[in-house]
Design a protein around this ligand. Structure first.
Ligand code: FES
Length: 173
């Protein structure tokens, strides 16, 4: 049977429009190429490090909310959340107040594979629940697979507010 002929329901066969078939074929390939580019371009940009993530100062609370010697978890908005990030745009840090004016902030992300670490005040340690990573109070590695100390965020005081300079946290695989 000739592929350029289609049945019309009558005894006659009408010639199929070959240019329409070619048009639909090219349209399909074109839309496929556009869809592929929409997925590939951001991925390639990320892999090549072309997407710059800005740092931003985030307020995490008033000075008087933090006890001297205490370590508490503070949460804040990621510096460059994707539009569809929703609640995942929020991240956290462990903030310790050392004196009237001195604060130190640790990333919550374990340097092994990124699990959130917990502060155990009784043990004076940060513990990672995933593979047994343990960090001393100053963020250095005490035990387990973490290859590096917990990253720190710069902290400043603006008026009566404590602010953290957020930035992407490097994770080792
Ligand atoms: S992710 Fe923390 S020890 Fe593996």
């Amino acid at each position: 049977m000739n592929p350029d002929l289609i049945e019309t329901g009558t005894a006659e066969a009408a010639p199929c429009d070959g240019s329409r078939r070619r048009f639909l074929s090219r349209l399909t390939m074109g839309l496929g190429a556009i869809a592929g580019a929409l997925v590939a371009v951001p991925c390639v940009g990320f892999l090549l490090g072309l997407r710059k993530v800005p740092s931003a100062w985030r307020t995490v609370g008033k000075i008087e909310e933090f006890q001297i010697g205490g370590t508490v978890k503070v949460s804040f908005r990621d510096p460059s959340p994707l539009p569809w990030a929703g609640v995942t745009a929020r991240t956290a840090a462990w903030l310790r107040r050392n004196s009237q004016t001195e604060f130190v902030a640790f990333a919550v992300d374990c340097t092994h594979l990124g699990c959130p670490v917990r502060w155990l005040a009784a043990a004076n340690l940060f513990m990672c629940p995933c593979h047994g990573g343990v960090y001393y109070a100053n963020g250095t590695v005490a035990a387990g697979p973490p290859p590096r100390p917990l990253p720190r965020y710069p902290v400043r005081i603006q008026g009566d507010q404590v602010q953290i300079l957020t930035s992407p946290v490097p994770i080792t695989t």
